[in-house]
Design a protein around this ligand. Structure first.
Ligand SMILES: N[C@@H](CCC(=O)N[C@@H](CS)C(=O)NCC(=O)O)C(=O)O
Length: 214
């Protein structure tokens, strides 16, 4: 199988964590987003959305969208499980991941920021303010969800990392990039530290990827 990504893409980062937790190691292709390689004809033939990540499976399927890739992995390689068995907790975990994937991340995406800069004349300071608002408010809501959990687990919703943690850690990385202050989010910081102490998360970090740039 072949995984298409970019070192700094937080959606690709989610998938890298998921691959590592499952012990699955696809072949890698890199697409430099700042050079526009996601819109090259060859890549658009793989993912017409012009976004990374995408996964080409050994059976010839092409899967776009990080959540679909991670759920495909979960179904193909059930252990270790990313979702709890209890339906209520399962839905809570999915809701947490979706809050990041649907409500926070799209607002910080490169094409959105490029459009704000080019069409709405925002300078870097304006873009930073935009990102800090949406990422900061979104993560503050995630912190509030974590605060009302039934137990103070070391990971988002259990004693080992799952889908919610897979989405949280890359979003925290993006928060750092945009200068979001996480000091009032102790649960997010503690969960992130617990995750990053694991090699499966550490090896997925953008700085450790073959296409990494400083
Ligand atoms: N919802 C998609 C988001 C994919 C996405 O937005 N990827 C970004 C990188 S994190 C991208 O390819 N951006 C390219 C662009 O904005 O031109 C997913 O979860 O896979």
């Amino acid at each position: 199988m072949r995984f298409h990504g970019y070192f700094r893409s937080s959606a690709a980062y989610r998938c890298r964590i998921a691959f590592n937790l499952k012990g699955v190691h696809p072949q890698l292709s890199f697409h430099h987003l700042r050079k526009g390689e996601q819109r090259a004809a060859g890549y658009l033939a793989i993912n017409p959305q012009g976004l990374v990540p995408a996964l080409e499976t050994d059976d010839g399927a092409v899967i776009a969208q990080s959540l679909a890739i991670i759920e495909w992995l979960e179904e193909k390689f059930p252990q270790p499980a990313f979702l709890p068995r209890d339906p209520d907790r399962r839905a809570e975990v999915r809701a947490f991941a979706l809050a990041i994937a649907c409500e926070i991340h799209p607002l910080q995406n490169l094409r959105v920021l490029n459009h704000l800069r080019d069409e709405f004349r925002q300078d870097q300071a304006g873009l930073d303010r935009w990102c800090r608002k949406w990422v900061g408010e979104g993560l503050a809501a995630c912190e509030a969800v974590l605060a009302r959990r039934a137990q103070a687990w070391p990971f988002c919703f259990g004693d080992r990392p799952g889908l919610a943690d897979i989405f949280l850690v890359p979003q925290a990385f993006s928060a750092d990039r945009f200068g979001v202050d996480l000091s009032a989010m102790p649960r997010i910081r503690a969960i992130r530290a617990a995750c990053e102490a694991m090699p499966q998360f550490a090896d997925a970090h953008p700085s450790r990827q073959p296409d990494a740039e400083s």
